[in-house]
Design a protein around this ligand. Sequence first.
Ligand code: SF4
Ligand code: SF4
Length: 171
Amino acid sequence: MAKLANFTPTILKNLFSKPATTTYPFEPFKYPEGTRGHIEIDIDNCIFCGMCTRNCPTRCLTVDKANYTWTINRFDCLACEYCTVVCPKKCLHTVEGYQEPMPEKSSVSYRKSEEAIAAEEEKKRIAAEKAKAAKEAALKKKAEEEAKAAAEAAAPAAETVAEAAEAAPAE
Ligand code: SF4
Ligand code: SF4
């Protein structure tokens, strides 16, 4: 009887409190705070610098700058989050929820949107035009400086010839 009396507060508490279990799947499952689910990328902000690939401890990332793609082998990812720390554009982040089950080990690729690619190409074109114009201007300036230096070097020689002609006795 004394033992039952000891349990009474616990029994009463459990009778009037919410169940400790969740009602999943009738309610969405809530991940505990700080859960490292999987890595996602905001691909349109990626500059394909490769910092994430070089620093990933499992080498599960690949970046293809020419084709604007970023690829992850989710089966090899440890969810250590180091790639999110080193990314200079902060376009990598950990999201709740684990990777989708797959029938075989494979990688997932993300490609920049066509709009973002077009904007990137336009930026490259403008930068290339600016570089070309700067190179042409530098070449032109150099040619002008060389021509000026040649003219200055030729001037004293011409003066010496004129002076010699003047000094020569008339016949
Ligand atoms: S570090 Fe960031 S910006 Fe660089 S390739 Fe990886 S995801 Fe893209
Ligand atoms: S979370 Fe860690 S293991 Fe996964 S891709 Fe990023 S750096 Fe690699």
